[in-house]
Every structure is written in C-alpha cells, then in structure tokens.
Design a protein around this ligand. Sequence first.
Ligand SMILES: NC(=O)c1ccc[n+]([C@@H]2O[C@H](COP(=O)([O-])OP(=O)(O)OC[C@H]3O[C@@H](n4cnc5c(N)ncnc54)[C@H](OP(=O)(O)O)[C@@H]3O)[C@@H](O)[C@H]2O)c1
Length: 176
Amino acid sequence: MHVVITGTSRGIGRELVNRYQAAGAEVTGTSRDHSSGVRLDVTDPGQQARFAAQLKGQPVDLLVCNAGVYLDKAMAMEDYSAEVWGKTLAANVTGVFLTVQALLPNLRLAEAPKIAILSSQMASHARAPGGSYAYRASKAAALNIGRNLATDLLPEGIAVGIYHPGCPSSTLQNYI
Ligand SMILES: NC(=O)c1ccc[n+]([C@@H]2O[C@H](COP(=O)([O-])OP(=O)(O)OC[C@H]3O[C@@H](n4cnc5c(N)ncnc54)[C@H](OP(=O)(O)O)[C@@H]3O)[C@@H](O)[C@H]2O)c1
C-alpha cells in the first residue's frame, strides 16, 4: 500500500507517517522545507508538477490532504488582512485541489484508491460560534470540494472522505 500525505513536517501529518509506516505501508510524506520526505508547498503549481513527475507511474492507494494553516486563531476582527485571507485560502482550499489534481493519474493506477481531505468541524454551517473567519471559510470550502470530488470520481471507483481529525466523515456531515 502506497500512502501519500501532505504536510508531514509536524503535527497530525508526521504522526500519520509514523503510524502508516508502523503498519507496513510505503509512505511518501511532503514538507515545505524538505525536513520530511519530498519538498512540496501545496500552493505552488510548479512544485506540484515536479512532485507529480517524481511519482509518475507509481500507484497511490491513499492520498491524505493534510497540509493546512490556521493563521487567524483568536484573531480580532480588526487584525484581518487580505494577506491572511489569501494565505489561508491558498493552503487550505487551492492546495487541496491542486494536490488531488496532480496525483489523480497515480490514484487511477491503484486498485481501490482513496482520498482523505482534512477539513474540520469548524467548517460547520450549523455551529457558528463566531471568529476564525478565514479558517472556517477555508475548511467549509475544502469540505465542498471533497463532496463534489466524491461525485465526480465515483464512476472511477475513487473514494473521497472528508474528515475532522478523530471523527469519520459521517460525524462531520452531521454538523453541516
Ligand atoms: N489539530 C487539530 O485539532 C485539527 C482540527 C481540525 C482540523 N485540523 C486539520 O488537520 C490538518 C493538520 O493539522 P495539524 O494540527 O497537524 O497542523 P500543524 O501542526 O499546523 O501542521 C500543519 C502541516 O501543514 C503544513 N503546511 C502548511 N501550509 C502548507 C503549504 N502551503 N504547503 C505544504 N505544507 C503546508 C505544515 O508545514 P510547515 O511545517 O512547513 O508549516 C505542517 O506540516 C490541517 O489541515 C488542520 O487544519 C486539525
């Protein structure tokens, strides 16, 4: 089993690498600074193209779109800038789509391919406690991308799940 996980320099991504390796999987991790696995800034189309070229012809059984940022944690309304919005949407939304797009040929080579997208319960429309506007909006968009990818990729047998870490997608969907 070949697992590709983005954003493995630390946090959940790094732990996923450890756990999949311990379970015997071949794991390709990525990081922006080359500290772990292959170099990939998910927002950079050039790096996405190089990453795809490096993996050309290799089946990918599971792609975990884990890389993400939470730049507006506890941010006051007056501190929001276009830069905060741009960087958040680039990593958490565009980055997810570009990664799936780049590795689709590899997923198509696997027998039962799966894509896991790390969204968040903060994507919920039903639970709106306020604050974290950019992060919440970005994770809602990631959820939306995942739901529509699931529809488009179903005929090819590529499963797409959207997750709040620790919860299956069915639980996340209960929040929406
Ligand atoms: N932790 C939670 O409680 C929680 C809850 C809900 C959802 N999530 C989601 O789960 C995922 C992992 O969370 P975490 O807590 O492990 O986060 P984290 O500790 O902040 O790690 C995020 C990872 O993403 C990488 N990353 C950020 N921007 C990137 C980019 N443009 N290109 C490539 N890699 C990039 C970081 O790399 P650098 O080291 O280069 O910055 C880092 O490896 C995120 O998508 C997060 O939103 C987490």
